[in-house]
Design a protein around this ligand. Sequence first.
Ligand code: NDP
Length: 325
Amino acid sequence: MFNGILIRKDELGYRAELTALDEQQLPAGDVTVKVLASTLNYKDALAISGKSPVVRTFPMVPGIDLVGEVLHSGSPRFQSGDKVLLNGFGVGENHWGGLAEKARLNSDWLLPLPAAFTPEQAMAIGTAGYTAMLSILALQKHGITPEHGEILVTGANGGVGSYAVRLLSKLGYTVVACTGRLNESDYLKQLGAAEILPREQLSTAGKPLQKERWAGVIDCVGSHTLANACASTRYGGAVAACGLAQGMDFPVTVAPFILRGVTLYGIDSVMRPLADRSEAWQHLSELLQPADFDQIASVISLEQVVATATRLLQGDIRGRVIVKI
Ligand code: NDP
């Protein structure tokens, strides 16, 4: 037996609780791991609360990220005792995930844990940090360098936003952090933000074309914020859209794209090929230091996951949450 968060949906309703599970209940897969650490992402909080249809099959163990130690492997890529990293691939949505003491996974989804990181540090990064890195790589591949000007990061106090601010600043970019939590301005400045922009300046309907300001944008919130970000991106600039914390809608016109040559990159972390993941984790290994995790992440236990998920959806959690298993 082992402990895990189990989400059920039946005649008693939708609920998530810490439960004793039987190893025989684990789904099919060629690698079984002892989970060493996991984390709580926005998507995990949605799955646990049932506020969005993240979970496809029930019962489900949530947790889109994990670091595990291999117990049994049917794959030549991994041996018992290896430490492996998983981000996404539908785990925690349609395959039992990382918020439990054990998991059984498909070896095609796994990367070796990067040598630079402990299990907790890799989970301090998690899908949020890896998505921030994918977004930055999209802007860099577009040709945007620090000399091109300011980069806007929206939802800056969240997990993706915090890493986007920290990593961009380490790379020498001038970062403007947009947030609804001005009381966390000192935190954002410590991460490297040069300026703080109140959320209200971007979150309501704006003109199709606005004063050109941003060389690039990393947007975690969607809706009017993303539309306004596109409308104020400079000629030839690029916007990396990765989130929907404000909303799934996108009330924009084609003006920024056809009159200013703005490019909108969609960032998906879930089904990203292993080669892109390795590239992103390689950059993360080179850029991040232990002090970064102390700034950005806090640690909770499995027992605290359900209550913390509610706080995360209320916008009450700053940065990242590591779940120590
Ligand atoms: P967090 O909950 O940690 O952060 C979200 C942040 O968005 C909040 O901290 C807040 O920042 C801001 N925010 C929340 N509500 C609103 C609102 N109503 N209007 C405007 N801003 C708001 O989530 P993550 O950082 O983990 O994820 C951010 C987004 O990216 C989510 O939508 C998530 O689903 C998505 N995502 C997508 C991935 C992909 O593969 N494309 C991968 C990972 C995440 P502040 O307080 O600073 O305003």
